[in-house]
Design a binder for this molecule. Structure first.
Ligand code: DGP
Length: 114
């Protein structure tokens, strides 16, 4: 999608600190990190939000969770743990309309959510 900022990062049209990529997913550091590790994992195909999965996107959904596991290991946060967030739509306060999972870690999170 031509006017999508995350599609532009995936395509290399604007800079992004990419930490992981394959055919199905790409992951890069959030521009406004809220913790020592804050990575966004996105499908390379433009999917607006969690309502946009197609029936044949199962491999992409699995690839996102595989990426989470591998990036957590790369970042050294797998053992202590981390938080995953996928804001969706206005009530979820999703700001960028390209499906993304926030991987946040490197410190103990505040509790609870909301
Ligand atoms: P959300 O509210 O879940 O849609 O979060 C969007 C996140 O995207 C937010 O934490 C900031 C991040 N972000 C927005 N623009 C850019 C950008 O141009 N580059 C990077 N790396 N992150 C961005």
């Amino acid at each position: 999608m031509t006017d999508c900022i995350f599609c532009k990062i995936i395509a290399g049209e604007i800079p992004g600190d990419i930490v992981y990529r394959n055919d199905l997913v790409c992951a890069f550091r959030d521009i406004n990190p809220v913790a020592p590790t804050h990575v966004l994992i996105v499908p390379t195909r433009h999917i607006a939000d969690n309502n946009g999965w197609a029936d044949d996107d199962g491999p992409t959904a699995a690839a996102i969770f595989t990426a989470v596991r591998e990036i957590a290991e790369q970042e050294g946060i797998a053992e202590n743990g981390y938080r995953l967030i996928a804001n969706t739509g206005p009530h979820g306060r999703q700001e960028v309309p390209h499906l993304h999972v926030h991987l946040i870690g490197g410190q103990r999170m505040q509790h609870p959510m909301g």
